[in-house]
Design a protein around this ligand. Structure first.
Ligand code: PRP
Ligand code: MN
Ligand code: MG
Length: 184
């Protein structure tokens, strides 16, 4: 079988860096939600790793819920039109919600999701993401907790997939361009 690391070009952030940054974000989150912990809402499937690690960094009770969403239309690019494949189990009326994501690319998924959750009567909806691609963003999106800004390269690992592979890679790495037919 192919080794996980065989077709990567460079490691952007090691597992240790990701964990250290999450610990910093967790301290901010604890301070900001000192009165009442937020409901953590993870976006399947990419967010599973950051959710697991962030939740365990937090020193208060961290309830978790999950949504699965998908963009309509063919192609790999997000269209901004989102379909709910799995909805929350919880009623979020009057709750503080913290969306937990692996990456913000165009920002279209979270732009839609934030408005959707606000429309359900949440008291507040904020965003925590491990990674963000500032140069790929197509919408203005307020991100309360951001791990790292990264370039627009195709990145995998720590929940991020290429054709469903690489999610279990511990680091975040740039995929070798020949794998997906890119340049270089
Ligand atoms: C990826 C990623 C984010 C979203 C970001 O999810 O995990 O959820 O795309 O893209 P955007 O900012 O352009 O909207 P994907 O749809 O690949 O599903 P997955 O999490 O199951 O891999
Ligand atoms: Mn995702
Ligand atoms: Mg994906």
């Amino acid at each position: 079988a192919k080794h996980l690391g065989d077709e990567l070009s460079v490691v952007l952030h090691t597992e240790a860096e990701l964990h250290a940054r999450l610990a910093e974000l967790a301290r901010e989150i604890e301070a900001d939600y000192a009165d009442e912990p937020p409901l953590l809402v993870g976006v399947l499937k990419g967010a599973v790793m950051v959710m697991a690690d962030l939740a365990r960094e937090l020193r208060f009770h961290a309830q978790m819920d999950w949504m699965a969403v998908s963009s309509y239309g063919a192609g790999t690019k997000s269209s901004g039109v989102v379909k709910i494949l799995k909805d929350l189990d919880s009623d979020i009326t009057d709750r503080d919600v913290l969306i937990v994501e692996d990456i913000i690319d165009s920002g279209l998924t979270l732009h839609w999701l934030k408005e959707n959750l606000e429309s359900r009567g949440a008291r507040s909806v904020r965003i925590c993401t491990m990674l963000r691609k500032p140069d790929a963003m197509k919408v203005d999106l307020e991100v309360a907790y951001n791990g790292f800004d990264i370039p627009v390269d195709f990145v995998v690992g720590y929940g991020l997939d290429y054709a469903e592979d690489y999610r279990n890679l511990r680091d975040v790495a740039i995929l070798a361009p020949h794998v997906y037919g890119g340049e270089g």
